[in-house]
Write a protein that binds this ligand. Structure first.
Ligand code: ATP
Ligand code: FE
Length: 329
């Protein structure tokens, strides 16, 4: 069986052809990041227009690379939720037209389930396992009991960690930093943090007393904004210019984000192990989503998995962000 997967839920137009054993036969992606960085965020009608301009070419590229004639596809799978309605609509109407022409089955895909199951393409993972999905639009912890059997244990009560990192990066004007010009907010923070001192600013991890597995990031964002405003005054720098202390601020926000993610994940693992929902050893924590490509955050999560006799599994970075492969798989 060979499936064409199409992804347009946010700001990436992606397609891939994958067979039932997980061989990626062809893939193509068009990222809108550069355009959205210029406008300081995603403007849904702009994203929709860019998806429209690129979807035909991207699907064609994935199909050509695979050398699978469209008539030999087993099905077309497309992300139908969750995401930006205008963006999702482009992929959906394109796919419905395509399956109509080809007379092939259509498989609607839940974007977060696709992220959660990507790991089974690169690693042998038994159900059940715990998954932490951390991206620009989502933050959740779930027990994965089967391909379509998820138990949600916790989620962000406000914004997602990638969104928070993007906002902090924008407030720090990191696109004007010579080393970070074309990077996403999260990537720019990770890059700068390597040169920074995380102990210079004192940030409290969010919700440290809450006895659940939920997350919160707006409090942290506001605390960081306050520090930035104060530093702008101290350094005599105007808003929109890069602070001398930008690297220290990046290191502090990255560290506090990592602590928060690790703490909540530790709670979820202990909860599942103590109640027999997960085996007490030899179990897996799967971390995916754009923020999972952050190596500092992965290190923090490794402390948690080492303490709970659990394996930490992350898909390779290119499969952590939005892509067509996970949808087809
Ligand atoms: P969704 O939530 O629907 O999956 P998305 O487009 O935001 O949508 P991704 O493409 O998975 O999802 O992730 C993008 C996010 O990941 C951005 O917020 C970006 O800042 C963040 N990100 C990318 N690289 C890194 C990194 N190295 N460290 C931290 N965050 C990162
Ligand atoms: Fe995603």
């Amino acid at each position: 069986k060979v499936v064409l997967g199409i992804e347009t839920s946010c700001d990436d137009t992606a397609a891939a052809v994958v067979d039932e054993t997980g061989n990626v036969l062809g893939e193509a992606i068009h990222s809108q990041t550069e355009v959205h960085l210029k406008t300081g965020g995603i403007i849904p009608p702009v994203a929709q227009q860019l998806h429209r301009e690129n979807i035909q070419r991207i699907v064609q590229e994935a199909l050509s690379a695979s050398r699978v004639p469209p008539s030999e596809l087993s099905a077309v799978a497309t992300t139908t939720m969750p995401g930006l309605a205008l963006s999702l609509g482009v992929g959906l109407s394109f796919s419905l037209q395509l399956v109509g022409q080809l007379r092939k089955p259509f498989i609607p895909i839940h974007h977060m389930e696709a992220h959660a199951l990507t790991i089974r393409l690169t690693n042998e993972v038994e159900f059940p396992f715990l998954v932490l999905l951390i991206s620009g639009g989502h933050c959740l912890l779930a027990l994965v009991r089967g391909v379509a059997d998820f138990l949600l244990l916790g989620k962000s009560l406000d914004i997602a960690p990638g969104d928070m990192l993007d906002k902090v990066a924008r407030r720090l004007s990191l696109t004007k930093h010579p080393e970070c010009a074309a990077m996403s907010g999260g990537k720019a923070i990770e890059h700068l943090a390597k040169q920074g001192n995380r102990l210079r600013f004192d940030l409290t991890p969010p919700m440290h007393r809450a006895k659940n597995c939920d997350f919160s990031f707006t409090g942290l964002q506001h605390a960081v904004n306050k520090i930035i405003t104060q530093k702008e005054k101290e350094e005599g720098v105007e808003q929109g210019q890069v602070l001398a202390s930008a690297a220290d601020i990046a290191a502090a926000v990255q560290h506090t984000t990592a602590c928060h993610l690790a703490k909540r994940t530790h709670r979820a693992l202990l909860f599942c192990q103590q109640r027999g929902l997960l085996p007490s050893s030899n179990t897996a924590l799967v971390v995916s989503g754009g923020v999972a490509s952050n190596f500092y955050i992965r290190k923090a999560l490794e402390l948690v998995t080492n303490a709970t006799q659990c394996a930490l599994l992350c898909p390779p970075p290119r499969l952590c962000t939005d892509n067509g492969v996970m949808v087809a798989w």
